[in-house]
Design a binder for this molecule. Structure first.
Ligand SMILES: [Zn+2]
Length: 301
């Protein structure tokens, strides 16, 4: 195996037993360091305790340049660049396209043939306060896999918003999802990311969690203190924005908050946007960058 860029690879751990790959990315958005911090904690504990696992876990930084500058991105959103055109065309005109090709190179060190299965998790956080949730694309066995984790599950985001890294990883045959751990700077987000990584190690690589000294704390904080009971939602509407739109979300919405017909949701170019739904609001836009004003989701029973 070639020597991998150590400034991109946070850690790699195996005990040489045949099994799956768990490929975990963090900091795909440079203003979201939580997953990177959590992975550092996990690899530190793994190196100290050296527990037996099946297969291999690798933790990788997504947008290195942007993370260094604590910016969401340099030229464009790295979670929108993963299109066939960019990948097959070897496009590397933006900082993010270069990062993308470097990430693909890292993953090429862990080919499908070397593992019984390949899993991924892409770690994110949100601009506003949010309960943690899994965002899963309904391909492969992603949805079944996601239901191993005690949290909210939102289906269909990557089917609407094209070019996300989880879309790419699913497309090349990996099983996994995106995990949104909470607000960008919240300490709870790091706890949630860490808890999810440990749980993924248990589920995918058969790690005996009782071997980890700060278990059950690390996992219970996530699954019992910070996360809601498992519920599954699907996206039923996306409110897209044009670049020049003057868009202001009504203040105070929390992610997953219930909304009702005729509720005022936002003001766009001077016009009120009211709810057509009795459902829940998802990802209300409270930051300056972005083309998604908000989404509407409803529970899947
Ligand atoms: Zn993100």
């Amino acid at each position: 195996m070639e020597i991998m860029d150590s400034s991109r690879v946070i850690g790699k751990y195996t005990t040489g037993i045949n099994g799956p790959l768990l490929f975990i990315t963090a900091g795909v958005h440079g203003n979201e360091p939580s997953g990177v911090e959590a992975l550092k904690k996990v690899f530190k504990a793994l190196e100290e305790v050296k527990p037996k696992i099946n297969g291999c876990i690798v933790g990788v930084i997504g947008n290195k340049n942007a993370l260094k500058k604590n910016k969401r991105y340099i030229d464009e959103d790295l979670n929108r660049t993963w299109t066939e055109a960019n990948i097959n065309g070897q496009n590397s005109s933006t900082s993010e396209q270069k990062e993308m090709h470097q990430l693909i190179e890292v993953l090429e060190n862990f080919p499908e043939a070397d593992f019984t299965k390949r899993y991924f998790m892409d770690c994110h956080t949100t601009s506003s306060e949010s309960l943690p949730y899994v965002s899963v694309q309904l391909v492969n066995d992603n949805n079944n896999w996601a239901h191993n984790f005690p949290t909210y599950i939102v289906q269909g985001f990557s089917d609407i918003v094209y070019g996300a890294i989880d879309h790419y990883l699913s497309r090349i045959g990996l099983t996994g999802f995106t995990f949104e751990a909470g607000q960008h700077e919240s300490k709870t987000s790091v706890e949630n990311h860490e808890g999810m990584v440990w749980l993924a190690l248990k589920e995918a690589c058969n790690l005996d969690l009782s071997k980890i000294p700060n278990y059950p704390e690390c996992v219970e904080k996530f699954s019992e203190k910070n996360a809601p009971d498992q519920k599954t939602f699907k996206i039923i509407y996306r409110h897209g924005l044009e670049n020049n739109d003057d868009f202001k979300m009504k203040s105070g919405f929390k992610n997953f908050q219930k909304i009702y017909k005729e509720d005022l949701l936002a003001v766009q170019n001077g016009k009120e946007i009211k709810s057509d739904w009795n459902a829940r609001i998802f990802m209300p836009l409270y930051q300056s960058q972005g083309n998604d004003g908000f989404f509407v989701i409803e529970e899947v029973k």
